[in-house]
Ligand binder design. Structure first.
Ligand SMILES: O=P(O)(O)OC[C@@H](O)[C@H]1O[C@@H](OP(=O)(O)O)[C@@H](O)[C@@H](O)[C@@H]1O
Ligand SMILES: [Mg+2]
Ligand SMILES: [Zn+2]
Length: 181
């Protein structure tokens, strides 16, 4: 199985330091929906592992989160794409859960769901904690410059050999060997 586990905010959709609190604030990064559709049509299975501490903070609830993901599913369906599994962590760091990135709990849950070992997956993220979660289970990792990506890269804590892409579309182009349009 070719499994790609995507971070959500800053990779698929625009991120905000004020959190993405409503369906209207959930806005796809240009090219990301199309990139996910191309990956799906090329035989990749797509999943999402996303921290959503905004739930614990009371900024939005699970019903709103599900409405954001319904919007994502609809957009993907319109483009012939699909995301098969969405894992989210609703907790705060102080909750000491096992699912909040940088812990790999969501990656382990996703891998178990698909019956694979986690190191067979590739994680795509914009934040250091996305890489840390991937590294914890030996999964491959690709960094994007969107969302908090440039800030993450400027921090200089990512290993120098991590592949970096301008956005999810560029990652898909690289993986699929397509020439950017
Ligand atoms: O990038 P993913 O994991 O999909 O989601 C990140 C979001 O849950 C939010 O995560 C928060 O981090 P804290 O939860 O406050 O540490 C902040 O970085 C927000 O800007 C961001 O929107
Ligand atoms: Mg992110
Ligand atoms: Zn959690």
């Amino acid at each position: 199985m070719k499994l790609i586990i995507l971070d959500r905010d800053g990779v698929i959709n625009e991120d905000s330091d004020a959190f993405i609190k409503t369906v209207d604030e959930w806005i796809p990064i240009p090219g990301s929906i199309e990139a996910m559709a191309r990956l799906y049509q090329a035989g990749y299975t797509l999943a999402i592992a996303t921290n959503q501490s905004g739930i614990a903070r009371g900024y939005y609830d699970v019903t709103t989160l599900n409405a954001m993901h319904a919007k994502l599913h609809d957009l993907l369906a319109q483009h012939g794409g699909k995301v098969t599994y969405i894992a989210y962590c609703p907790h705060l760091s102080s909750d000491h859960c096992t699912c909040r990135k940088p812990k790999p709990g969501m990656l382990l849950t996703i891998a178990e769901h698909f019956g694979i070992v986690p190191h067979q997956a590739t994680v795509v993220g914009d934040s250091l904690r996305d890489w840390q979660a991937a590294a914890a289970v030996g999964a491959a990792y690709a960094q994007v410059r969107t969302g908090k990506g440039l800030h993450t890269l400027a921090d200089g804590k990512l290993p120098a050999d991590i592949p970096v892409f301008n956005n999810l579309a560029a990652y898909a182009d690289s993986l699929l060997g397509t020439i950017p349009t």
